[in-house]
Design a protein around this ligand. Structure first.
Ligand code: FDA
Length: 397
């Protein structure tokens, strides 16, 4: 039986980074992945340019049932640390929007860098090598892999979340956690488009492809989210950055609230316009909203777009403004794991050390990255969690 100091299961963002760091600390590390092509999620991320971190990442941008858990790891491995690593490897990048950093060339640069870090640490990599079983045994843990039995005193689970099963996502890490007595926070798709019942959505289908900036919120207090971001109408519902952000907070049955004209007082502007404008209602509303949306909205409210402004009743204008700025609707569901960018929920952090990511139940067993119940906003935060949790673990191995 081959022996290692640590076996890391999953060669994605967290697993590759952890392996490189641990190897460079002098440990004999085995990194396993059942996929033949590693780091597929890095490859497809950020439209192929990998939004690899967010310059402004703080614990505020992360969701978890145990909200303070992520603080320690995020404080000890920061966006600036990862930027320094990128610079050391000569990888050019740029800031796109609100602190989001993307590769200038391709996400392949990040993968090449992580593999080079693994090589520098002498990491043994086995791809296309699934793990059938993990059990207590000689030297700590024994693993039945597709290429034989190995053992190690330390096992790191970095198998990611459930999104995009077609490129290798599995529930292996979640099942392993349960096998070793860990609780799970129920996994659910996050950063995912929201869908509506066909009949409820019928009036808006023609708006498919339309995008506009909105204020969008759901829930209240700690469990609630509130974003000023773009929204995109789709054939089945709503997408775009604002909706993806809110989807991570949304609970089935809950309404979402949308202000379609943020920063404006539509009722006051229309009432004022009535006094001086000879335009028709549809044209006046199209000064405040995209024309297609203005027309669809008026039709849906039963208000004639051709009505001259002076003929509009104040009460109708008030109601129109209020409904546009406090649009409340209950999604039927989400587009699910096939379209989700991350998994919310996962291994309950109340049974893990926030300093090292080690299990409090099973010494030598670690969980890092997306398999853990820590979920970042859209914008590079999920990779920052992968790097930070991997670093916390690698320092402790
Ligand atoms: P990750 O999924 O990266 O790796 C898990 C690895 O484990 C995979 O290689 C898998 O094959 C392997 N594995 C699974 N089961 C196994 C088993 N049974 N045995 C062996 N190996 C197994 N985030 C961000 O910050 N910026 C961005 O731009 C994007 N963009 C983006 C786009 C899309 C389309 C998606 C789906 C996701 C993103 N993300 C993102 C999220 C980001 O990709 C994600 O949070 C990280 O990759 C998580 O890193 P992990 O290492 O935890 O899992």
């Amino acid at each position: 039986m081959e022996s290692f100091d640590a076996v890391i299961i999953g060669a994605g963002a967290a697993g590759l980074f952890c392996a490189g760091m641990a190897g460079q600390r002098g440990l004999k590390v085995l990194l396993l992945d059942h996929a033949t092509k590693v780091a597929e999620k890095i490859r497809i991320s950020g439209g192929g340019r990998c939004n690899f971190t967010n310059r402004d990442a703080t614990p505020v941008q992360f969701l978890s049932d145990n909200p303070h858990y992520c603080r320690s790891a995020l404080a000890r491995y920061t966006p600036a640390d990862f930027i320094t690593l990128m610079q050391r490897h000569g990888i050019d990048f740029h800031e796109k929007h609100r602190g989001q950093l993307f590769c200038d060339r391709s996400s392949e640069d990040v993968i090449t860098m992580l593999l080079a870090e693994c090589d520098a640490g002498g990491v043994v990599r086995r791809h296309g090598c699934g793990v059938r079983q993990v059990r207590h045994g000689s030297g700590g843990y024994e693993l039945d892999t597709a290429q034989g039995v190995v053992n190690a005193p330390q096992v790191v689970v970095a198998t990611g979340g459930l999104p995009i099963p077609q490129i290798g996502a599995t529930d292996f890490g979640l099942r392993l956690a349960e096998q070793f007595g860990h609780r799970l926070v129920t996994p659910r798709p996050a950063l995912v488009p929201l869908t509506f019942d066909a009949s409820q959505w019928a009036p808006f289908v023609t708006l498919s492809g339309l995008a506009l900036p909105v204020r969008i919120s759901t829930g209240k207090g700690r469990g609630g989210g509130d974003f000023l971001e773009d929204l995109l109408f789709t054939h089945r519902g709503l997408s775009g950055p604002g909706v993806l952000q809110i989807s991570s907070y949304w609970q089935p049955g809950q309404p979402i609230r949308i202000d379609l004209a943020p920063g404006q007082d539509v009722a006051a502007l229309l009432t004022q316009a009535k006094l001086g404008s000879r335009r028709q209602l549809g044209n006046e509303l199209a000064q405040l909203l995209p024309t297609r949306l203005a027309d669809t909205w008026l039709a849906q409210q039963g208000l004639p777009a051709q009505r001259p402004m002076p003929d509009c009743r104040d009460k109708d204008l008030q109601t129109l403004g209020q409904r546009l700025q406090q649009w409340s609707l209950v999604p039927a569901g989400t587009e699910g794991w096939k379209k989700a960018e991350v998994m919310a929920g996962g291994v309950d952090t109340r049974q893990l050390s926030s300093q090292t990511m080690e299990s409090q139940q099973q010494p030598g067993l670690y969980f890092i990255g997306e398999v853990v119940d820590v979920t970042g906003w859209l914008g590079g935060y999920n990779f920052q969690w992968a790097w930070a949790s991997a670093a916390a673990c690698a320092r402790a191995l």
